[in-house]
Structures are given as C-alpha cells and as structure tokens.
Ligand binder design. Structure first.
Ligand code: NAD
Length: 292
C-alpha cells in the first residue's frame, strides 16, 4: 500500500508516534517547525514535507500532535495550513486543545470538505513509543472506522461520542486526575521524607496499598526517585490542560475546589521551574518549601 499518512508535530509525543508508525509498516510524510526532529524522522524513513500544506498535498489522512490550541489552529487553517492541501480528506487531532477549539477546527475544516476526528491521547511518550496509548476519539462513526486500524497501531481507540469536542472533554477529565494525583503524591512524599521515611520504601508501600497512583507506579520510580526528571511532558502543557479543564467545568457549573488548588500548584511549578521543565519537577518547589 502506497498511501502516506501525514504527521505534523514531532515533539515528545509526535516523534515517538512516528517511530511506532514506521515500525508498524506505515509510510509517513512529516512536518515540524524545528529541523532537528525532522532529520530524526527522516532517519526513520519518513518523508520530509516543507509545510502543513505540503503534508496535506501528499496525504489523505493527517495526524497532528501540537503543543497548544493556537498551534493547532495555525497548522490547520493558517497561510501554510492543512486546509490548503489538495489531497487531505481528514485530520486526526491528537493534541490536547479543549472542546471549544476542537469544535472550531471542525467547523473551519468542514467548509473545505475536510473531516476532523477529535482524538486526544493518554499514556505518555512510552505509550506512544510502544503503541499502548488510550485514544479518545469523537467524530463521525465512519471516520472513526476508517482510521481505526491506524489508531490501533498507536494504542486502544475509543469512540467517546460522535460530536466533536467530547474526546477533548474526556481527555481533560483524564488529565485533571493525572495532574491531581501527581501533585498529591509529590506533597505526601515530601512530608514523608521530612518525617524521616525512605522515599524508595514509601513508594514500594504505596504501590502495595490503597494509596497507589500512576504517579507512584510510574512517574516517581522512573523520573523522581532517580532525580532524572525526564518523564517527557512539560509543566507548561500540564498547566494548560488544568486550565482548559477549569474553563469547561466553569461553563458547566460543576464544583472545582480541588481542581483550583491543583491549578495553583501547577502554576507555581511552571513559574518556578519554567514552562519547558519536565512535569515531575513539581516535587522541587515542595522540597524547597519543606527544607528537605
Ligand atoms: P512538544 O512541545 O514536545 O511537541 C510539540 C511539537 O510541535 C514540537 O516539536 C514543536 O516544534 C512543534 N510545533 C509547535 N508549533 C508548530 C507549528 N506551528 N508548526 C509545526 N510544528 C509546530 O509537546 P508534546 O509533549 O509532544 O505534546 C503534544 C500534544 O500532546 C500536546 O497537546 C500535549 O498536551 C499532548 N499530550 C502530551 C503527552 C506527553 O506525555 N508529552 C501525553 C498526552 C498528550
């Protein structure tokens, strides 16, 4: 099969997805604003494109994995956007951009006959590399069906609902849980260390007990205990996700007391560590405050 799949955005997630898709036999045409990940993708056998339009001239299906709602809108509808491509039929938006932007994208691309499958993902860079992501799609059933084999190369696809934006809402719910449990695990670990407990022993006990979270099972053992802080997700992006959640919850009028406290903790982390720091550095300002 000669068909190329387009992939725009070769960052922490997108590059690992490129590697996984190449490994599962897909032909890729890729674009990123930075040359460095472009040459790494070409080394994997992907074809380099000169712009999002160029990708959309060569592929019917274009995947996007971009950092912010603004970047997704620019790549889809800007002067060199996907919208100007001659071949593209559908965009699978894998970024976390919130329901509002997902609906906006869908409406703008529909004017040119391009379908959008809103499809944010969870499972981190390891999930992207190993094809074990959770993919939370929303959009027309036939579009979901047509990309299911492709999505299955990346992980487990769910059709959350058929209206655009629902996948984003599901993703923000997932990430508020991840943001909360990482913040909470960081807080209790610092308390335990100050009390004289061994952090490795604490993590082992939590993981055998009812306090286990994804943070204690994976993030702490992999990036906090060894002090490598290289899990592969930026503090600025987690802060963006928590803020998108708060905006949607405010519109719905649901309670947000916990989410607001979690948002403050992530804003403090982004301010003190920088927006590009790995999100596992959330423990550092807490350690400083505790003097441990
Ligand atoms: P990243 O910042 O590492 O990568 C984004 C890439 O997009 C970069 O390579 C950047 O150069 C490129 N880019 C930015 N603007 C561009 C533009 N206008 N044109 C072309 N390329 C452009 O981000 P990431 O961690 O890979 O995350 C991507 C998306 O996936 C985000 O929405 C994030 O919230 C979401 N996400 C990330 C993770 C994770 O663990 N890292 C997990 C699930 C979901």
């Amino acid at each position: 099969n000669n068909t190329h799949i387009g992939l725009i955005g070769l960052g922490n997630m997108g590059f690992q997805m490129a590697a996984r898709l190449r490994e599962t036999g897909h032909r890729l045409v890729v674009f990123d604003a930075r040359p460095e990940p472009m040459s790494r993708a070409v080394a994997l056998g992907a074809t380099a494109a000169a712009s999002p339009t160029d990708v959309a001239d060569r592929a019917e299906t274009v995947l996007t994995s971009l950092p912010t709602p603004r970047a997704s809108l620019e790549v889809a509808t800007g002067g060199e956007g996907i919208i100007h491509g001659s071949r593209v039929r559908r965009v699978v938006e894998l970024s976390t951009i919130g329901a509002h932007t997902a609906r906006q994208l869908c409406a703008l691309l529909a004017e040119r006959g391009i379908a959008v499958l809103d499809c944010p993902v969870s499972g981190g860079t390891a999930g992207a590399r190993n094809g074990t992501l959770a993919l939370m799609a929303s959009g027309p059933e036939h579009e979901f069906a047509s990309v299911t084999p492709l999505l299955e190369a990346l992980g487990r696809p769910f059709l959350v609902a058929t209206e655009p934006g629902a996948g984003q809402t599901m993703k923000l719910i997932n990430n508020l849980m991840a943001a909360t449990t990482l913040a909470a695990t960081a807080e209790v670990m610092v308390m335990g260390v100050k009390a004289g407990l061994d952090p490795t022993v604490m993590i082992d006990v939590l993981n055998a007990g009812s306090g286990a979270t994804h943070a204690s099972r994976d993030k702490f053992p992999r990036a906090v205990l060894p002090r490598t802080f290289d899990f592969g997700f930026a503090t600025g992006l987690m802060t963006k996700d928590v803020q998108l959640y708060l905006r949607e919850a405010a519109k719905l009028g649901t309670p947000t007391e916990l989410a607001e406290a979690v948002a403050r903790r992530w804003e403090e982390t982004t301010d003190s560590q920088g927006p590009d720091a790995d999100f596992t550095t959330i423990v550092k300002p807490l350690e400083s405050a505790a003097g441990v």
